[in-house]
Ligand binder design. Sequence first.
Ligand SMILES: CC(=O)N[C@H]1[C@@H](OP(=O)(O)O)O[C@H](CO)[C@@H](O)[C@@H]1O
Ligand SMILES: [Mg+2]
Length: 548
Amino acid sequence: MAAINVESLKVLSEKYPKPSYRFGYGTAGFRMKAELLDSVVFRSGIVAALRSKKLDGKVIGCMITASHNPAADNGIKLVDPLGEMLESSWEAHCTAIANAESNEEIIDYIHTMVNNLKIDLTKPANVVIGRDTRPSGKGLVEAFIDGLKVLDATYTDHGILTTPQLHYITRCLNTAGTPEAYGEPTAEGYYKKLAAAFKVLVEGKNKLSPLILDCANGVGAPKFKEFLPYLGDALSCKIVNDDIDNPVNLNLNAGADYVKVQQRAPVGLKTAPNERYASFDGDADRLVYYYQDDDGTFRLLDGDKIAGLAAMFIIDIVKAAGIDSISVGVVQTAYANGASTQYLRNTLNVPVSCVPTGVKYLHHEATKYDVGVYFEANGHGTVLFSPTALKTIYSTEGSTPAQAVAVRSLRALSEVINQAVGDAFSDLLLVEAILTQRQWTPKVWDQAYTDLPNRLVKVVVKDRSIFKTVDAERKLVEPAGLQDAIDAIVLKFRDGRSFVRPSGTEDVVRVYAEAATRPETDELAFRIGGLVFDYNSCGSGTRPREFI
Ligand SMILES: CC(=O)N[C@H]1[C@@H](OP(=O)(O)O)O[C@H](CO)[C@@H](O)[C@@H]1O
Ligand SMILES: [Mg+2]
């Protein structure tokens, strides 16, 4: 077994001293103020190399991004070979190495991993790297590469990419030359693949009016501009919020997270009735749509609405293709609007599963269906085609011309939708293709069901780790008695639903509430917020004034 180059580790590690901070690899990797990240990112380079060696030299991905967070933040996420999130048992290794207090501790931990996980250090290690537009990204990539050097890993640095592009490239590299080959492992390969599939889907249909696309002043802007020439006149799109030269503008009053949470259009975007708008988040893995109604009301078409549209369309097209062996299922989290779940179950008659927050749970559950549609309400999601479904789609030609057209569309759908991870570019093309095929305005799409009013409230608590949930985070088991108190309040509200869970990415507890009307929803949310804040004196700081 090759030894670890202890001398090189020591020299390189000195460049990245650990601040006194307790790091945790959470739902979205490590994410925090960029100036705290050097040591974490350096050490993540070591873990990435170990992961690759453990998997016989398969390529591991590294994305430097803090998604929808402000420009001063950054983060790192490691990506497994098929473009999935890092296997969860390795999150603990990332956390442990990030928190080692000395070089000796780092070395000890590497040895423990090598022994316990039977990692053969003589195996090669290969890593591929991408980053978003944050100014801190470049330096962090250098720190990461120094981490890779400790174990002599080979790497390719792709510079600026969207998060889903990095996932795509990782999957392409690891499937090359196999029957599951996913595509050319470059941004160009990605554009060509998606554009070709999209063109099949909209062929011969009347073009829609131009889409107005808010890129959150993030990486989506330069990358979608790069993409547009490949789409040619198949998509007409006007890009706004594309200022990446002034980092302070990143995600500022714009982007998918702002639009979803504030339930309003980005600041400065003047909306006109029945135009179609969409927003990416800062690393282009989330997408929401919206429009303004005739009476001037802002209408949001979020991840739940996208999931409903996709499921409806796929069910129809599978039927039109004369295939009866492919079933569609949808995966949501507790944050899905109750009206969307009803629509999926009662109108579309599809099975719906509810899983804990975090894409890794949704993705995993979606693989259980022939075609698994998964979306978080915030607009992160995709549609997975199982190997059996793909085999069926590619071995059928359809026995009538209409069936043949549907089969062709179905194949193109499986190509346009990113199978590695939720992808705002790919989801945008999916939505645009469906709206084009149907010749639907956003208003027609919106008519599938009416969202229940909902509200998300944060409660700052002294210790969020005392909040323990079960039943896909919909019920609290600790602190004891709190769930009964919540239930007693919810009962008093028409169509009331509320749940409380600790955030996996912020130091807060989240309260979600929905009810029949906006005033009732707000009252429910603020009552539960107040209840949590007061319960056993859980709350920290000043009690928010709106809490009841
Ligand atoms: C209510 C909500 O939107 N939660 C988000 C947020 O998780 P929390 O664990 O709620 O902080 O960040 C996650 C990572 O980006 C995302 O997957 C999730 O949907
Ligand atoms: Mg994101």
